[in-house]
Design a protein around this ligand. Structure first.
Ligand code: ZN
Ligand code: ZN
Length: 287
């Protein structure tokens, strides 16, 4: 009787034996590579619940309200998607057929998935990639075909969701600014980041609103510059006790309003327990 072996070794031996067998027996050559499934939207994205919006509430952040709305929307999408690809074969097939998401959004999905969830939900994607790469191996333009397997923003459903979300939010935001109380709330707020400022300007029909938004942004950036200079001066002079809240988070506010929220630009920590609230606080430089 053969000595017991562990499962990994058995699998490895089986693959080696199969390969040798196939090499020796021309009748049992593997089937020619199948053409991969053309990426297509097989299932709809999970519906992201729409919450009641209120501009003064959104403007209470010290970060960018439009970035934070996008982050919340994408986080809710991932929370549902990572569950869908574990329990629903159609979602697994759609994820595979679309060849996943762009690299940024794959990493963000990984950040909200458990190792078991990712193993169940991503297996069909890996199978699909195996087929696609096998197909590329027979192609005269292998390098180009392999490069086309990496999803780009144009063919990533999360990027599409983000674009739609930003567009709708920008239109709602611009319309809401016509109300005097909303304009006052904006006046007191930190405003939006530069990227969302340009979206808002495009969605604002009135010259008066566009001027109002630009003057507000100019004033806030000037204040941030002064706060940063005060921060540096007081810190160097060992007068930290005199720092105020505006000076303490000035560089973070400047960064967020220049580049947008970190969560829409970078992968998230892979701690598996992301809290949007925590992340939002970090973005705004709050303790
Ligand atoms: Zn923004
Ligand atoms: Zn993407």
């Amino acid at each position: 009787m053969e000595a017991p072996t562990n499962r990994r070794k058995e699998t490895s031996d089986r693959h080696t034996a199969d390969a040798a067998h196939r090499a020796e027996d021309p009748v049992k050559q593997p089937a020619p590579p199948q053409e991969p499934i053309v990426p297509t939207a097989l299932v709809k994205s999970p519906a992201v619940p729409s919450r009641k919006r209120d501009l003064p509430t959104d403007l209470q952040t010290r970060g960018c309200p439009a970035c934070e709305h996008s982050v919340r929307t994408v986080f809710e999408f991932f929370a549902q998607w990572q569950y869908a690809i574990v329990i629903d074969e159609h979602a697994q097939k759609a994820f595979a057929a679309e060849l996943g998401f762009c690299p940024l959004h794959l990493w963000q999905l990984a950040a909200v998935s458990s190792p078991l969830g990712a193993s169940v939900g991503w297996a069909k994607l890996a199978e699909q990639l195996s087929l696609a790469v096998t197909w590329a191996a027979t192609s005269p333009s292998a390098a180009k075909d392999a490069s086309a397997l990496v999803r780009r923003s144009a063919d990533c459903r999360v990027c599409r969701l983000l674009r739609e979300t930003e567009k709708k939010y920008g239109q709602w935001f611009a319309a809401a600014l016509r109300e005097p109380q909303n304009r006052e709330a904006y006046e007191r707020s930190q405003g939006v980041c530069l990227r969302h400022l340009s979206l808002l300007l495009g969605a604002s029909p009135s010259e008066d609103t566009r001027r109002f938004l630009l003057r507000h942004a100019a004033r806030r950036f000037k204040e941030m510059a002064e706060d940063m200079q005060s921060y540096a001066m007081k810190t160097e002079a060992l007068r930290r006790a005199l720092l105020n809240a505006d000076e303490k988070d000035a560089y973070r506010r400047a960064l967020v309003h220049l580049a947008g929220a970190k969560a829409v630009c970078c992968p998230w920590n892979e701690d598996g327990e992301l809290s949007t609230e925590e992340r939002t606080k970090q973005e705004a430089g709050k303790p």
